[in-house]
Design a protein around this ligand. Structure first.
Ligand SMILES: Cc1ncc(COP(=O)(O)O)c(C=O)c1O
Length: 200
């Protein structure tokens, strides 16, 4: 395997012999459109300027790197550094790709961004990005996770997103993924499915 094919996947989502993608057949063309739109817009100065300035002024990047001395001492040997992505706006790395997705969705004329969430970090980041750029946001979340992650549920609601409780199966992230995909399939043209793997 060469270094190149470890950095970017081929058109079928493979990094050399690893990777791949599993997509419901009716979404294949829609996903290809999103891919093409991303490949085009990512090269434009206006998209890059907007994204980079949001990263700097809205997210607070680059986040610092912190030497964890006591943890390093305890682990005996390695010097451990922590990249403080938790200091980003919304408290995780997820805002990075959610902002890129929201800008891309807006650029494509989509009106709604959909996702599932488990702990709620993904949902909060996406609801934040959609509120910022003015897109509808719909988050699917298992009933068990809704109970466990009440503060994030409150944040998503304050941010104006539609929260869809998922009562089937495990009532956690696994079934929330299926529920979000089912919703996506109802109106794939106007919707954009958020995934950590798409932008960012
Ligand atoms: C698309 C997507 N949904 C959900 C999750 C789960 O994160 P969270 O528990 O914050 O929702 C991830 C995490 O990697 C993700 O990429």
């Amino acid at each position: 395997m060469t270094k190149e094919n470890l950095e970017m996947p081929d058109k079928n989502g493979y990094f050399g012999e690893y990777g791949g993608q599993i997509i419901p057949p009716p979404l294949i063309d829609i996903m290809n459109d999103i891919n093409d739109a991303y490949d085009n817009v990512v090269q434009t100065e206006s998209f890059q300027n907007e994204l980079q300035s949001l990263y700097a002024d809205y997210v607070g990047r680059p986040s610092p790197i912190y030497f964890a001395k006591r943890l390093s001492d305890k682990m005996g040997g390695a010097r451990i550094f922590l990249k403080r992505e938790d200091l980003n706006h919304t408290g995780a790395h997820k805002i990075n790709h959610c902002l890129g997705e929201a800008l891309l969705a807006k650029h494509m004329g989509k009106t709604r961004v959909l996702a599932e969430t488990g702990a709620g970090q993904h949902g909060v980041a996406l609801a934040t990005a959609c509120a910022l750029v003015g897109l509808d946001c719909e988050i699917h979340m298992g009933e068990i996770d809704i109970e466990k992650e009440h503060p994030n549920v409150t944040k998503m609601k304050i941010l104006g997103c539609k929260l869809v409780p998922v009562s089937r199966g495990t009532r956690t992230l696994k079934d929330a993924v299926d529920s979000a995909f089912e919703e996506y399939l109802k109106d794939p043209v106007n919707s954009f499915g958020s995934s950590e793997k798409s932008v960012g």
